[in-house]
Design a protein around this ligand. Structure first.
Ligand code: CP
Ligand code: NVA
Length: 305
């Protein structure tokens, strides 16, 4: 039983394989072809937090592959009506794959521990692996071969940044992060990544200009993630010098793209000028959520040729 709760569960070769399947499916999709690779399969979605991209791209992707999906609301009693172990054992008999967005990472781990079908993390406080897959796939579309590229992440060392760091380490992409004091990666997580990837090129700095030097992609995410609303004032103050604006973009490689997982807070972590500017690839990136997840589903469920 394979679960995808973080990118630790996927090897570099497996990520590359998912990208190959993604590319094939995206090419066919552009030509109007939708191969029913997952006909008769059912995906269950359990979301404890709001979502546009993750929910809709999984549902539409599954439909395009000939399968169907069930968005399960509060009425199924997830975590309230019965023990998560009972819930997971029962539900996973009915569906072929589960996608879960949870407040606490431990929740998706518990779901997976008891599930008899694969569980995919659709975002937790610790990780957002499907986002990182789409992001790296987008960099590959824009700049080609990933190994040797550099991604600079400006802002909070959060769930999105963590999955990106690991994805970059896996695929030989240099990673630099500029974050203010108190908003760094958990050193234990970094140690785990470094242990698996002793050769990785990784820079942690307080200086956004240093981070973006020679970067082929400049990435940022919101300063206040879902669930952190009470910390809004202190976070906005702490991140004030970490905005991605045109001046900062000019310090990156001339052909650098701008990436953001979205939703964005325009005027906070990124200016309108950058988000709507010629270097911005955020719409393509969001579109690739669907394509990369189709690749992941087809591979994970053994339907990719
Ligand atoms: N990027 C992302 O996961 O967006 P949603 O929260 O809309 O799913
Ligand atoms: N870091 C953000 C990402 C949203 C897609 C959050 O967790 O809210």
């Amino acid at each position: 039983m394979r679960h995808v709760l973080t990118l630790f569960e996927l090897t570099a070769a497996e990520i590359q394989r998912v990208f190959e399947v993604t590319e094939e499916l995206k090419t066919q999709w552009k030509q109007g072809q939708r191969q029913p690779l997952l006909a008769g399969r059912v995906m269950g979605l359990l979301f404890e937090k709001p979502s546009l991209r993750t929910r809709v791209s999984f549902e539409t992707g599954m439909a395009q592959l000939g399968g169907s999906s069930l968005f399960l609301g509060e009425d199924v009693g997830w975590g309230t009506r019965e023990a998560l172990s009972d819930f997971s054992r029962v539900l996973s008999q009915y569906v072929d794959v589960l996608v879960c967005r949870a407040k606490a990472h431990r929740t998706v781990e518990s779901l997976a521990e008891h599930a008899t079908c694969p569980v995919i993390n659709g975002l937790t406080d610790l990780a957002h692996p499907c986002q990182a897959l789409a992001d790296l796939y987008t960099m590959r579309e824009i700049h080609g071969e990933l190994a040797g590229q550099k991604l600079a992440y400006i802002g909070d060392a959060n769930n999105v940044a963590s999955s990106l760091l690991l994805g970059c380490a896996r695929l030989g992409v240099q990673f630099a992060i500029a974050s203010p004091p108190g908003y760094d990666f958990d050193p234990q997580f970094v140690a785990q990544v470094k242990q698996e990837h002793p050769q990785m090129e990784f820079l942690e700095t307080r200086d956004p200009i240093e981070a973006v030097r020679d970067a082929s992609a400049v990435y940022t995410d919101v300063w206040v993630s879902m669930g952190q609303e009470a910390q809004r004032d202190e976070r906005v103050q702490a991140f004030a010098d970490y905005q991605v604006n045109q001046d900062l973009m000019q310090q990156a490689a001339p052909n650098a793209c701008f990436l953001h997982c979205l939703p964005a807070r325009r005027g906070e972590e990124v200016t309108d000028q950058v988000l709507d500017g010629p270097q911005s690839a955020v719409v393509q990136q969001a579109g690739n959520r669907m394509h990369a997840q189709k690749g992941l589903l087809a591979w994970l469920l053994g339907a990719a040729s």
